[in-house]
Ligand binder design. Structure first.
Ligand SMILES: C[S@@+](CC[C@H](N)C(=O)[O-])C[C@H]1O[C@@H](n2cnc3c(N)ncnc32)[C@H](O)[C@@H]1O
Length: 190
């Protein structure tokens, strides 16, 4: 199905679902559309060969990240809830992106600890209180010259403080918060 038609279907479904669901784990909590467009533009500029996403949910942000991946580009996305991972795979197939996207079911912690791949771009939108638990392996997985984008930098500024402060004190990194969507914390690795 056409990308924009399917994105609109997902947006409507997300609004209805997150309005009616009271259990947080059952909500999709998708990024905003302008964040999606921003990620799309970043992919166009960076032309990453390898992208890592942490926090797939039903794959809304995954579709934006995959839309303009270079021909040989690959995206690995990690989701700990198997039902959401399954739903994301179905959404990814609907727009024909299954050859460039791999959905990993499990936690970021577990994936990163045994990962030895380097990523040109990382998008993180998971449990914010856990980011420091896997900080070292996360930054180690970003190649020098790569970009990490972290969602909710404005909507959950206080919750993200331990992470943003750690990045701020890390001499390998340069960071900036952009007022797009819920606030995007951009981290460049020298
Ligand atoms: C805010 S939602 C992601 C929304 C998604 N990025 C989008 O825009 O469509 C956060 C997701 O991260 C998952 N998650 C939270 N902590 C995680 C972890 N440590 N490892 C993997 N997934 C995690 C949750 O199950 C949830 O589905």
């Amino acid at each position: 199905m056409n990308f924009y038609n399917y994105i609109e279907i997902m947006e409507r479904k997300g609004l209805v679902n997150d309005y009616k669901e009271t259990v947080k784990d059952n909500k999709y909590l998708n990024i905003t559309k302008d964040t999606g467009a921003f990620l799309d533009m970043m992919v166009c500029i960076i032309k990453p060969r390898k992208v890592l996403e942490i926090g797939t949910s039903n794959g809304y942000s995954t579709l934006w990240l995959a839309k303009n991946l270079p021909e040989k580009g690959k995206l690995i996305t990690i989701e700990k809830q198997s039902n959401k991972a399954k739903e994301s795979m179905s959404n990814i197939k609907k727009v024909g992106f299954e050859d460039k996207v791999t959905v990993v079911v499990g936690t970021a912690q577990k994936y990163l600890v045994s990962n030895n791949e380097m990523f040109d771009m990382i998008f993180i939108d998971a449990n914010r209180l856990e980011y420091l638990d896997y900080y070292d392996s996360l930054i180690a997985s970003l190649r020098c010259g790569g970009l990490l984008v972290c969602d909710n930098a404005i909507s959950h500024e206080e919750e993200l403080k331990p992470f943003t402060c750690m990045v701020g004190e890390d001499t390998r990194l340069l960071s900036f918060t952009l007022n797009v969507g819920k606030g995007e914390f951009l981290v460049y690795k020298y």
